[in-house]
Design a binder for this molecule. Structure first.
Ligand code: FES
Ligand code: FE2
Length: 439
């Protein structure tokens, strides 16, 4: 695309300890990010349990523009197809999810396509005879998007140059493994619907806030105080209400607690905080569930699974995972100052239903638009979007613990209150936006 930001100008925007405000507010930068970051990275599409039967589909976008449909074909394979008719370009599927029995039929001229994208039939086909049109030419199919999955989590990429998915995921595969290991049957499935929440600010704010552990005790102070006051007002036998309100308390954890949990960064902008401990360290054990885990894995392995306790994992730029809580958030940019986040919850196969109920409660209490925690974050994102319009300064800074990050073979480690998470993301930003490779 034509842009006023040439390579030299882009290089100046992201420096080791500061980011130019244009990265958050400039529509041209946003379009470049959609093309170069969202057009090159692996983007999370969905979980295979969202399309169980032949013809089940789920629609989404790769970035703000490119519509795709994930569908289970007749051979049981999950396909990711461009949601764009080969005839004149109409979007074939507009529902968010459903089942297309037999085939997809375009609503405009009725071309039909199999679930693996092949063109099956054209109405009044004789009009194409002797025109050079070839029904069997693959360009007349719904075009596939390169896709792969790790443990049922399906990613797709618009790039033909992307590394294979497992290489791209790097050490974050530990988080997918741990999420599945927390199920007595070793698998998870989407359950309980989706919470969809529009944010009127730049898409990167939520990613940079995810493991910003200097904010919870400030931004969420009032809700933690309210939860504490509510718990104090309860009778001793109000066990259920107390347990629910206690979900909010860890958001008031101290700087020391967060520092101890540490942050681990990887190539391509991925990272997690926690590992040995996190603010979710106490969420795992419910007696019936614990017994099911012991029966499946034995006591030692069960403890190892619980002990890998991360708070938030980011798969830059489109997915965040909470292993110990069993929910994910999926990010989709809409415009420079708008994005959508969806929270999906998972059932641990083989676990008692109360585990899913707690996950759903967590999602409602913390991540929904009607929660008491998520809207705190949105309020500060909005204030940043408004504040950054000012020319008082051109910069947003990320100095915390700079120079102290510990570079290991395939990862970098730092203190839990460091800006390592943001530095990791902007290393990826330079990789995708500038073509700057890792050392
Ligand atoms: S645009 Fe799809 S059949 Fe014509
Ligand atoms: Fe927050």
């Amino acid at each position: 695309m034509n842009t006023t930001f040439d390579q030299a100008a882009l290089e100046q925007l992201v420096q080791p300890t500061r980011i130019n405000k244009q990265v958050y507010i400039n529509p041209e930068i946003f379009e470049l990010e959609m093309d170069r970051i969202w057009g090159q990275a692996w983007i999370f599409i969905g979980h295979e349990s969202q399309v169980r039967k032949t013809g089940d589909y789920f629609t989404t976008n790769i970035n703000h523009k490119v519509p795709v449909v994930m569908v289970r074909d007749k051979n049981g394979k999950v396909q990711v197809l461009h949601n764009r008719c080969a005839h004149k370009g109409a979007k074939i599927v507009t529902s968010r999810s459903g089942n297309a029995p037999g085939a997809f039929r375009c609503p405009y001229h009725g071309w039909t396509f199999s679930h693996d994208g092949n063109l099956l039939k054209i109405p009044n086909e004789s009009g194409y005879e002797n025109t050079g049109f070839d029904l069997n030419d693959s360009c007349n199919n719904l075009q596939p998007v390169a896709q792969d999955n790790y443990k049922g989590f399906i990613f797709a990429t618009l790039s033909s140059q992307a590394p294979d998915l497992k290489t791209w995921l790097g050490g974050t595969t530990d988080c997918f493994d741990n999420l599945c290991d927390r199920a007595p049957e070793g698998e998870v499935e989407v359950a309980g619907g989706v919470l969809r929440y529009e944010h009127d600010c730049n898409w990167k704010f939520i990613l940079e806030n995810l493991n910003d552990t200097m904010h919870p005790m400030v931004v969420h102070q009032s809700v933690v105080q309210s939860a504490q006051a509510y718990i104090s007002s309860l009778d001793t036998d109000d066990i259920k209400q107390k347990a629910e309100a206690q979900i909010i308390l860890p958001f008031g954890a101290s700087f020391e607690n967060f520092e101890e949990s540490g942050i681990t960064g990887f190539r391509y902008g991925h990272h997690y905080d926690g590992g040995k401990t996190s603010i979710h360290a106490d969420y795992s054990v419910m007696p019936e569930y614990h017994q099911a885990m012991i029966d499946r894995y034995g006591a030692q392995r069960t403890q190892e699974i619980y002990a890998f306790n991360t708070h938030n994992t980011l798969l830059y730029p489109s997915l965040t995972i909470k292993c110990a809580v069993q929910n994910i958030r999926v990010i989709r940019p809409v415009a420079v100052d708008k994005f959508i986040v969806e929270t999906w919850s998972f059932r641990l196969k083989g676990a008692p239903d109360e585990m899913l109920q707690r996950t759903l409660l967590y999602s409602r209490l913390i991540n929904s638009s009607a929660s008491m925690v998520g809207p705190d974050d949105l309020e500060v994102y909005r204030r940043m979007q408004e504040g950054l319009a000012s020319n008082a300064s051109q910069w947003v800074e990320m100095h915390r613990q700079y120079g102290r990050d510990q570079q290991l073979k395939d990862r970098v480690r730092g203190g839990g209150t460091s800006d390592l998470d943001v530095r990791t993301q902007y290393q990826a930003w330079r990789y995708y936006m500038l073509g700057e490779d890792y050392a």
